[in-house]
Ligand binder design. Structure first.
Ligand code: HEM
Length: 413
């Protein structure tokens, strides 16, 4: 009996989700004075939940599978079928091992060192007076750094093609119709490239240094068997695509440095003691991944309500990062809040929550933090200004980004 669970006035809230974007779940929760409500989205019954308690239910209970939990328009452009995210239990743990191995501290250090090298050439161009759109440039830089770090050829042509494809996947993950179809067509080129890379490594025609991530993916075995070419290709893309997606967090970090210049001055002086709090606040404050869906593998009760097996539950990531019960003045950008307070596994969830090694929490979180830290440090040292432009972003289009893409130009700060 679902009758006790608060529900939306309209029978199907798909249009409200489109209209309200990132704040759809939390504004509905506020109006109904609840952390859970039921509705229909795309005609299917959905339970929307928010807050650290809801994140704990979602990530701490082992109750939720990702099978049949997100629309195919999203799944095809992001993790894809056959990926680690679609697995459960033992199979999931086996695959997750691969990601955790790639993303250990040494690997992260290698990546950020490569990124810093890639940045040098850009910094010189900016210092020479060139105007650069940071978002596009970061997509290219992160693609180049990712290919080199993986152990793959990073020619200019390769970087241009791959960065276009990889950014299109993320830019259009929240769309439907022709835009989404276009991005899926573009993605198929990436899939062909990734499958070819795996095949070439396996045949010995491409030889990344042993231990490089591309080599580890090509050679990863489960129950003694290597992954199929298709699945290995999907997981290769599941490493490069989100690395490139970090361009969005870096653009928002650059926006924060511009709008709160005391932080840029502090980092430029070489005082990096509050760099991590700054980056955590970037991940908390700015909108990226709005929500994540799961399907319950058995019936459960929460907050006194009974939910049936196969319940489709949508956890509000953005709303949880802005929940005033966890964050005072959630609408203010205040890195200080992280100076003497570590986030818990469930209150700061821009990349999912729960334990790092098990469950579906993002294995790329530490690499993301290190990437944004590296770029914030380098940007603070660089000599550039932000000319007049439209720096606003809408909370409707998901994922969000400042409209101008953040143009910087050389010259005095
Ligand atoms: C999972 C967001 C960066 C690889 C997730 C999840 C979120 C997320 C919300 C949880 C999905 C769920 O609960 O089902 C982000 C954001 C990033 C980012 C906003 C910033 C750019 C990365 C990076 C990598 C990565 C850099 C790899 C290098 C993955 C993988 C999963 C995942 C493989 C699936 C894990 C699993 O199902 O066990 N990410 N991520 N992500 N992320 Fe990230």
């Amino acid at each position: 009996d679902l009758s006790g669970i608060p529900r939306t006035r309209v029978p199907d809230a798909s249009l409200s989700l489109l209209r309200d974007g990132y704040v759809f779940i939390s504004s509905t929760c506020d109006r109904l004075q609840t952390d859970v409500f039921r509705t229909r989205l795309m005609l299917k019954r959905a339970f929307c939940v928010r807050g650290a308690g809801a994140a704990e239910l979602f990530y701490g209970s082992g109750l939720f599978s990702r099978k049949d939990a997100m629309p195919p328009t999203v799944v095809h452009l992001l993790q894809d079928y056959g990926s680690v995210q679609m697995l459960d239990g033992h199979a999931h743990a086996e695959r997750k091992r691969l990601f955790l191995a790639l993303l250990e501290a040494d690997g992260i250090r290698d990546f950020t060192a490569t990124l810093a090298e890639v940045w040098e050439a850009r910094a010189a161009r900016i210092a020479a007076g060139e105007r650069i759109e940071l978002y596009t440039e970061l997509n290219r830089m992160l693609t180049e750094a990712a290919l080199r770090w993986l152990g793959l050829p990073a020619t200019q042509n390769q970087v241009r093609l791959r960065s276009q494809e990889l950014s299109a996947m993320v830019d259009h993950a929240g769309t439907t119709g022709p835009h989404n179809a276009w991005a899926r067509m573009i993605r198929r080129r990436s899939e062909r490239w990734a499958a070819q890379v795996i095949a070439l490594i396996r045949s010995g025609d491409l030889t990344p240094r042993p231990g490089r991530p591309a080599d580890l993916i090509a050679r990863h075995t489960e129950e003694g068997r290597p992954l199929s070419t298709e699945v290995a290709a999907v997981e290769l893309l599941n490493v490069v695509r989100p690395i490139v997606a970090n361009a969005r967090f870096v653009v928002f970090a650059a926006l924060a440095l511009w709008q709160h210049p005391q932080w840029r001055q502090e980092f430029a002086r070489g005082d990096l003691s509050r760099l991590e709090p700054f980056v955590q606040e970037v991940r908390r404050f700015y909108p990226f991944f709005p929500l994540i869906g799961g399907r319950s593998v058995r019936p459960f009760t929460w907050r006194g309500y009974a939910f049936p097996e196969q319940s489709w539950v949508l956890l509000d990531l953005y709303g949880t990062n802005h929940d005033p019960r966890s964050w005072s003045e959630p609408g203010s950008f205040r890195p200080e809040r992280f100076v003497d307070r570590e986030p818990t596994a469930y209150d700061l969830v821009p990349q999912g929550g729960g334990p790092y090694e098990t469950g579906h929490r993002c294995p790329g979180e530490r690499l993301t933090i290190a990437t944004v830290e590296t770029m914030v440090r380098l940007l603070s040292l660089a000599d550039y200004t932000v000319p007049a432009q439209d720096l606003t972003y809408t909370m409707r289009a998901m994922p969000a980004l400042p409209r101008s893409g953040l143009i910087v130009s050389g010259g005095s700060r």
